[in-house]
Design a protein around this ligand. Sequence first.
Ligand SMILES: NC(=O)c1ccc[n+]([C@@H]2O[C@H](COP(=O)([O-])OP(=O)(O)OC[C@H]3O[C@@H](n4cnc5c(N)ncnc54)[C@H](O)[C@@H]3O)[C@@H](O)[C@H]2O)c1
Length: 344
Amino acid sequence: MADKLGFGIIGCGVIAPWHAKSILDIPEARLVGVCDVIPEKADALAAQSGGVKAWYGHEALLSDPEVDAVCVCVPSGLHAAVGVDAAHAGKHVLSEKPLDVTLEHMDALISACDQSQVRLGCIFQRRTQRLWQAVREAVQGGKLGKLILADAYMKYYRSQAYYDSAGWRGTWELDGGGALMNQGVHCVDLVRWIAGDPVSVYARCGHFARSIEVEDTACAIVEYSSGAMGVIEGTTSVYNGMDHRLEFHGETGNILVDGARIVRWETEDGSGPPDDLVPEDGQASAQPTDIGIENHRAQIKDFAQSVLGGRSPIVSGKEARGAVELILGIYKSSELRQSVSFPL
Ligand SMILES: NC(=O)c1ccc[n+]([C@@H]2O[C@H](COP(=O)([O-])OP(=O)(O)OC[C@H]3O[C@@H](n4cnc5c(N)ncnc54)[C@H](O)[C@@H]3O)[C@@H](O)[C@H]2O)c1
C-alpha cells in the first residue's frame, strides 16, 4: 500500500463534508471519490472537495482499485449492509456512529471485516478528546476511589422539521431509535467506556413531543460491572436543548462535566484535571451541525494510521458495538417493563 490511504465516502448527506474535509487535511489520507444514490448530492460533494470522482452507487465506488478504505455515511440501519459489501471488496471500513442498529447487523459486519482481514472502526469522535481520556484515566486509575455513580444526562432539542428532513430519521428500521440511538449514543458510549460494561438496566422510553416511531425521551437505571450504578437520560424534546452532563462520583472524588466544561473535579488526594485540555467545539445540543471538525479529523487520522501501521483503530467495531447493545437493552427493558441483563 502507498504511504497515503485512498478513501471513498459512501453517502453524501449532512455528515459527509466532515469526512471529506478531514481526509483532505490529513497527510496520511487521500480522497479518491464520493458516492450517493442521489447523483446531485455526489456531484456536489465531489465538486466541493476539489473535483474528486463521483459515483452514484456504492458498488461502483468499491470496484475502484484506488479506494483502500471507505467512510460509511449512509443512514444508520444501512451501515452494516454497506460495510459488509466494502469488506468483501477488500476495503477497510470506517463507519459513522452507531455501528448499526441491531446486534445481528453489527455482528455480521464485524465478522465480514475479520474474515476479509480489513480494519473496522466506528466514529465516536469524543473519544479522541483529551478531556474524556483524562476523565477515564482518573476514574479507572482509582482517583475517585470506589465508583458509586456514573450518570449521563442528554437533554437535547431536535424539531419535527429535523425528523421530517429525511425519510429515515425517527424510524426503527433505519435510525434504530431516537434520542438515545441517534443523538445520545455518543455519551452512552462515553459512560460505558468510563464506568465499564453494563450488567443490567431498567428503563422507560416514549415519545412525548415528536411524531416519530422511536423514542424522543428515555430514562434508565444501569448497573455497571465496575460495581457503580447510574442514570442515563436522553431526550430531543426539551426547550432550546442544553449541553449534556456526565457525572462520576466515587468514595474519594467527584468529576462533573457539562458539555466539554469541567464544572467540578475534586479528589481526596488533591489531584486535579490535566493542564493540557484544549477548549472544545460545539456539542450539537440543539443543532446537528453544531460540531467542530477537529475530532472527526483526529479520528480519521487515527484510522488511516491504524491501517498503514497495522494496528487497531482507537474505536474498533467490537468496541463500538457496546454502546448499541446498552441502548438496545434500554429499549428491551422499556418494552418488557422489566429489568434486562447483559449480554443481551
Ligand atoms: N458523528 C457525528 O457527530 C454524526 C453527526 C451526524 C450524523 N452522523 C451519522 O452519519 C450517518 C448519516 O447521517 P446524515 O445526517 O449525514 O444523513 P443524511 O440523510 O443527511 O445523509 C445520508 C446520505 O446517504 C445516502 N445514501 C443512502 N443509501 C445509500 C447507498 N446505499 N449508497 C450511497 N448513498 C446512500 C442518502 O441519499 C443521503 O444523501 C448516520 O448514521 C448518523 O448517525 C454522525
